[in-house]
Design a binder for this molecule. Structure first.
Ligand SMILES: [Zn+2]
Length: 162
């Protein structure tokens, strides 16, 4: 899996998480992949994909989804939306998922910042400078300096509460 998705991670409404081969190839260690996975699980747990679909397609579509056994249809729609670069999470969804990742990784005794390093690697693979790029990564995941700062703040907050 990859192609137009490039190095990417996507959470589908049914809970399926796609990590592309290109993403795995960029990861320098298991913590980087585990952190991205925990971030994507955050999107699933907060039902971000469904909320995003609702925003994009409206009530009639959601009634069709809820009324029918259309899990596969939904997954196809989301996969296509991702391919068309129209499936981008809002900044607040990203922050919620980042917090989820930090919490899970710290609980597991793993490096909670590792996934941000992987985002840097992705930016660099697109010839973008992580220090300067604001919306650099593929549309679903803006990765940047601000994100590193906010993840660090979350880590500090959890440490202070321990
Ligand atoms: Zn995300």
């Amino acid at each position: 899996m990859g192609g137009r998705l490039g190095a990417n991670a996507i959470a589908l409404p049914g809970g399926t998480i796609i990590l592309t081969d290109q993403l795995e190839a960029l990861a320098k260690n298991d913590d980087e992949l585990a952190g991205v996975l925990a971030h994507e699980i955050g999107h699933v747990e907060h039902k971000h994909s469904l909320r995003q679909l609702y925003r994009a397609f409206g009530m009639a579509f959601m009634i069709g989804v809820i009324g029918g056994d259309s899990g596969q249809v939904v997954e196809d729609v989301v996969a296509n939306a991702a391919l068309l670069d129209t499936f981008s999470y809002s900044r607040s969804f990203e922050t919620e998922s980042d917090i989820h990742s930090v919490e899970v990784m710290m609980k597991a005794g793993r490096d909670p910042m590792a996934f941000v390093d992987l985002l840097d690697s992705i930016l660099k693979s697109h010839d973008l400078d992580p220090e300067k790029s604001d919306t650099g990564w593929l549309s679903s995941h803006p990765g940047n300096k601000d994100r590193r700062a906010s993840v660090q703040a979350q880590i500090d907050q959890i440490k202070a509460a321990q």
